[in-house]
Ligand binder design. Structure first.
Ligand code: GLC
Ligand code: MG
Length: 594
């Protein structure tokens, strides 16, 4: 905030925001990556839970959609207390999803179709069902086995209080006390997420060696990269000091009283010096970078094509996040600042400017993302009151999104995103304009967030509902039977793939045409500069190829008045109808040649 982003001189001189990449840039610099949440994409056996054979069978749909790669949320052996982000065996597939043979087949089929495969790596914590954790419990205090996790004595006369005051991101305490082999209450272990997700101690060399070996295991099975879960959390500040500030992960909302307090004098000085507030002792510690340097060199030693790392790191400001994508660390980091931006032209321009500046400074491609399995779907989010923070789920008795408005804006927002140079992440179902499920009965909810906060935070189930493929089929074509692990709202039938495929103007066809043009014109490798139309409620920039042979004007109108395009501009793509005079109406985006 605070910096001038679209000065007159910038727009008039077309000062580049970002310089084009060469045409032979590596694949990941401009890749469009489609996130599959395996539980919810396609079910082959009718148990109501999506699985790997289901995914493999439907991969041609993604080739036809026009994406470059898929990222699969975890499919490993897991007791599923956090939908698979609690891994019990990193080298095997959960029987719910299939077998190692099924993952081999999935990877081979994807490659035949020209799709790269990125898998999820969960290195901050294991499941409490992991062999190492079971051994740690059995071996007792002071053992080598306990040293792989963060076990500590409790405070208080009998160790009855947790070692520090850290909460869990999902609500409740960040520590759980164990019962020792002799039946007495014993040490506590740290879990930044659910009780069933004990945090590793990354200062223990066993942990680093184990993850290097896991990376190699999946490289040998042919994967093209890793999305790294909670990449900013692996290393904790020495001494595990108490922390009274907000945790700020997953939630944009922080309603704690502390968050409302103005910074102390010391904090203000630090913010001034470093550009960010006090750093929570569980996040973004300097030690994480050494880990990613090791992984980068491990991946660089693999045969081509290049395998990549993408950080899920909820780190602010962007200059701090960019440190994860320095040339010897990860390749990409999710741009959550972009996802968190309200429908506000000024703010969008600021985020776009900052994203290019900070990523270009370290030579990394900028990524763009609007939806994933942790946030309210953007077709619903953008239909909510834009003056309120992004909610963690929406319940039936809360303010409901305006579905038409949300979809109209979502289509425009996606046209903005796919017109920007860099790499973009899509979340399954957004290509259908799928809204969040907001009428799910609480009994159906599975997200630990809902249960650990006793329903205060609704949680993430609403964006994880099984995908509608066929309107008039059991489970809307998700599987062969009626079963779905979360209920599908009645409204979903109208969004089914078979209702949109081949239908002019449908959201699915809009995505297909944008992705085809983005690929043909190499928009992801282009340059970007603000266009003079960009001011007030209008976001407008030109994306040009390195050799100057192509210029695409991207215009998004977030204001009340229709916007006229420059003379000679020919509209090639539009997120919704233009006015009879060819003006761009409210909440509509276009791509045009100039
Ligand atoms: C990441 C995942 C989220 C998971 C959490 C704990 O934020 O995206 O789904 O619950 O990490 O692993
Ligand atoms: Mg199944």
């Amino acid at each position: 905030m605070g910096q001038v982003t679209r000065t007159t001189s910038d727009t008039q001189s077309h000062k580049p925001l970002h310089i084009a990449d060469p045409a032979d840039a590596p694949w990941w610099r401009d890749a469009v990556i489609y996130q599959i949440y395996p539980r919810s994409w396609a079910d082959s056996d009718g148990d109501g839970i999506g699985d790997l054979p289901g995914i493999t069978a439907r991969l041609p749909y993604l080739r036809d959609l026009g994406v470059d790669a898929i990222w699969l949320s975890p499919f490993y052996v897991s007791p599923m207390h956090d939908a698979g982000y609690d891994v019990a065996d990193y080298r095997n597939i959960d029987p719910l999803f299939g077998s190692l043979g099924d993952s081999d087949e999935l990877i081979a089929t994807a490659h035949e179709l020209g799709l790269k495969v990125i898998v999820d790596l969960v290195p901050n914590h294991s499941s409490s069902d992991h062999e190492w954790f079971k051994e740690a419990l059995a071996a007792g205090p002071g053992s080598t086995e306990r040293g792989r996790y963060i076990f500590r004595e409790g405070k208080g006369e009998h160790g009855e209080e947790p070692p520090n005051n850290w909460p869990s991101v999902f609500g409740g305490d960040g520590w759980t006390r164990v019962v020792e082999a002799d039946g007495t209450p014993g040490e506590w272990y740290l879990h930044i997420f659910d009780t069933t997700q004990p945090d590793y101690d990354w200062t223990n060399p066993d942990v680093g060696d184990e993850f290097a070996s896991i990376l190699e295991f999946w490289c040998n099975r042919g994967v093209d990269g890793f999305r790294v879960d909670v990449a900013h959390g692996l290393v904790k500040e020495e001494g595990l000091p108490d922390w009274d500030g907000p945790l700020q992960m997953l939630d944009a909302t922080d309603t704690s009283a502390e968050a409302a307090l103005p910074p102390t004098e010391d904090e203000s000085a630090r913010i001034h010096e470093t550009g960010h507030g006090p750093r929570p002792p569980m996040w973004d510690q300097e030690g994480v970078h050494e880990i990613y340097r090791r992984w980068r060199s491990l991946l660089d030693e693999q045969p081509s094509p290049q395998r990549i790392l993408c950080a899920e790191a909820w780190v602010k400001p962007e200059s701090q996040l960019a440190r994860y994508v320095r040339s010897d660390e990860m390749h990409q980091a999710f741009n959550f600042d972009f996802l968190d931006t309200h429908w506000d032209a000024e703010r969008l321009c600021e985020v776009i400017t900052t994203s290019f500046r900070e990523n270009d400074a370290v030579g990394a491609p900028t990524t763009w993302v609007l939806s994933n399995h942790d946030v309210v779907r953007h077709a619903s989010r953008l239909g909510l009151d834009q003056s309120l923070p992004r909610p963690n789920g929406i319940a039936a008795d809360q303010a409901q999104p305006d579905a038409d408005l949300g979809l109209r804006r979502a289509r425009a927002a996606t046209m903005l995103m796919l017109g920007l140079p860099g790499s973009a992440y899509l979340y399954q179902g957004e290509e259908l304009g799928l809204p969040e499920s907001t009428d799910m009965p609480h009994e159906s909810r599975q997200d630990p967030t809902f249960h650990r906060t006793e329903g205060k935070h609704i949680g993430r189930d609403g964006c994880r509902v099984p995908i509608p493929w066929v309107r008039d089929a059991p489970s809307l074509g998700f599987g062969p039977g009626d079963a779905t692990w979360l209920p599908q709202p009645d409204s979903y039938g109208a969004y089914a793939v078979d209702q949109q495929a081949g239908v002019a103007g449908s959201t699915l066809e809009l995505y297909r045409s944008m992705l085809a043009a983005r690929r043909a014109d190499r928009l992801g490798l282009g340059s970007a500069s603000w266009h003079e139309l960009s001011s007030g409620d209008v976001v407008a920039f030109v994306n040009a190829s390195a050799d100057g042979s192509r210029e695409t004007l991207v215009v998004v109108n977030l204001g009340a008045e229709p916007v006229s395009l420059p003379e000679g501009a020919t509209v090639t793509h539009w997120s919704g109808d233009l006015t009879a005079d060819g003006l761009v109406p409210t909440d509509i985006a276009v791509w045009a040649t100039v």
